[in-house]
Design a protein around this ligand. Structure first.
Ligand code: MN
Length: 296
């Protein structure tokens, strides 16, 4: 007999807050808010989802990053990326760009469209001290490069990083061995996913009414209060410790969520805007390097 799973539950559920970033892009922010300043190693989660071009057209003109990674995952729409090394490309629906900014990158992220829906996410993932000044690196995949698993109950799991069953995501070699899944659950569908013990993880629901974290019904019955484990749309559930999570859609509409986890870093965080380092002195140095044109 194998050891029964230790089911993760919702330790906390926080609502995404309206925010604006770049040159005025409207966002729903769930990590990097007063309620949830960070969730080590995750520093920020923004959802953009609008059909109104005024909400996105200004985009994110040239700006720097140092000391962490930015992960852009597109659901719908087209975003052009351009950086100081001459690298350029358009990220389209279903595609992902995992950018390790490391010691520094100077880039812009601008919509490649003037109307229609723009929907996706940007996740910021911290780097440990020993990797903050690493060489910048990109991993970029279009929608066809992100494998999908379709279950008999209709659930669809897109694997960006980590693995679901035997299927591994294309993003590799990232510190903290992150899991990044995009899960679509039709009414009544459920998915069970191992989430490495000791990693911090979250569920962010972005379509449908709500998703239940249903460990109790899957085995060990340790969930007393079901209400605390129903995650409404535009809410983020911080997962408790454990090694497995069970998610089910008992609503009337198809639900869709991100399930993300990674190893915590456990170091001091000094952050200012696009720079995330360990100390204030390193933040000052980042500003100086940027202003002096020595940024990259
Ligand atoms: Mn950026």
């Amino acid at each position: 007999m194998s050891t029964p799973p230790k089911w993760r539950t919702a330790e906390r559920i926080v609502a995404a807050e309206p925010a604006s970033d770049g040159a005025g892009v409207k966002l729903n922010r769930s990590i990097s808010t007063p309620a949830l300043p960070d969730l080590d190693p995750f520093l920020m989660l923004d959802e953009f989802n609008t059909e109104n071009p005024d909400d996105y057209i200004a985009g994110f003109p040239e700006h720097p990053h140092r000391g962490f990674e930015t992960v852009t995952y597109m659901i719908d729409g087209n975003m052009r990326h351009r950086d100081n090394t001459g690298a350029e490309g358009v990220l389209r629906g279903g595609g992902v760009q995992w950018m390790t900014a490391g010691r520094g990158i100077l880039h812009s992220e601008m919509p490649e469209q003037v109307d229609g829906r723009m929907q996706g996410f940007q996740l910021w993932v911290n780097l440990p001290a020993r990797l903050k000044m690493t060489d910048p690196r990109y991993q970029e995949f279009d929608g066809a490069g992100v494998p999908e698993v379709r279950q008999e109950d209709g659930a669809l799991i897109r694997v960006v990083a980590g693995a679901h069953g035997d299927i591994s995501g294309p993003v590799e070699g990232i510190h903290g061995t992150p899991l990044y899944l995009d899960v679509t659950l039709p009414t009544g569908a459920a998915v069970i996913q191992p989430v490495e013990s000791g990693h911090n993880g979250f569920v962010y629901v972005f379509e449908g009414d709500a998703v239940e974290i249903t460990g109790a019904e899957s085995g060990n019955g340790d969930l007393n209060d079901r209400s605390t484990n129903s995650v409404p749309r535009r809410h983020l559930a911080v997962l408790s410790s454990g090694d497995c999570v069970s998610l089910r859609n008992s609503g009337d509409k198809t639900a869709r969520l991100l399930l993300v986890a990674g190893a915590p870093i456990g170091e001091p965080i000094a952050r200012y805007g696009p720079f995330v380092m360990n100390t204030e002195q390193e933040i000052h140095q980042a500003f100086k390097d940027f202003q002096d044109g020595n940024f990259v």
